[in-house]
Design a protein around this ligand. Structure first.
Ligand code: ATP
Ligand code: MG
Length: 142
């Protein structure tokens, strides 16, 4: 299996709840390396562009409002099968359905405030990483 990169966001509720370190530790314990990180507050335009595939869903306004409500930590994670592995570690979108020990089971408040984002495919990872990071902001392995 190949080493690959994926994109993650530690969302506003997890930042406000002081769980950044706990979540980073889960990534690292599971063999995902932090290859880039930037702490920022998303603008409405940036959040809308990021979730553009959901623009016609009833929860879109709420989602954008939540994602811009406090700072987030943008991450590039690298490791073996990083896209799939990260989705497993995150757990289901709705924390009520998330498996024990997953990030969303541990730290999500609700389906809306669900602690983390993770790319759902290699193609999404590429689009999302280039939407937020310049190439020279992502470190090579050392
Ligand atoms: P993300 O893209 O944030 O990693 P996901 O891939 O698990 O989450 P998506 O279907 O892409 O889930 O939905 C994007 C986000 O929209 C979810 O993380 C969640 O916060 C919000 N969302 C999805 N479904 C609902 C819903 N039924 N009600 C409210 N918010 C929702
Ligand atoms: Mg998604």
């Amino acid at each position: 299996m190949a080493t690959e990169k994926t994109f993650s966001i530690i969302k506003p509720n997890a930042v406000k709840d002081n769980n950044i370190g706990n979540i980073l530790a889960i990534f690292e314990k599971n063999g995902l390396r932090i290859a880039a990180a930037r702490f920022t507050t998303l603008s409405k335009e940036k959040a809308e562009g990021f979730y553009i595939e959901h623009k016609d869903r009833p929860f879109f306004g709420e989602l954008v409002e939540f994602m811009t409500s406090a700072p987030v930590l943008l991450l590039c994670l690298e490791g073996e099968s990083a896209v799939t592995k990260n989705r497993e570690i995150m757990g289901a979108t709705n924390p009520a359905d998330a498996a024990e020990g997953t990030i969303r089971k541990l730290y999500a408040a609700s389906v809306g405030e669900n602690a983390v984002h993770g790319s759902d495919s290699a193609a999404s990872a590429e689009r999302e990483l280039s939407y937020f990071f310049e190439k020279n902001e992502i470190s090579d392995r050392f």
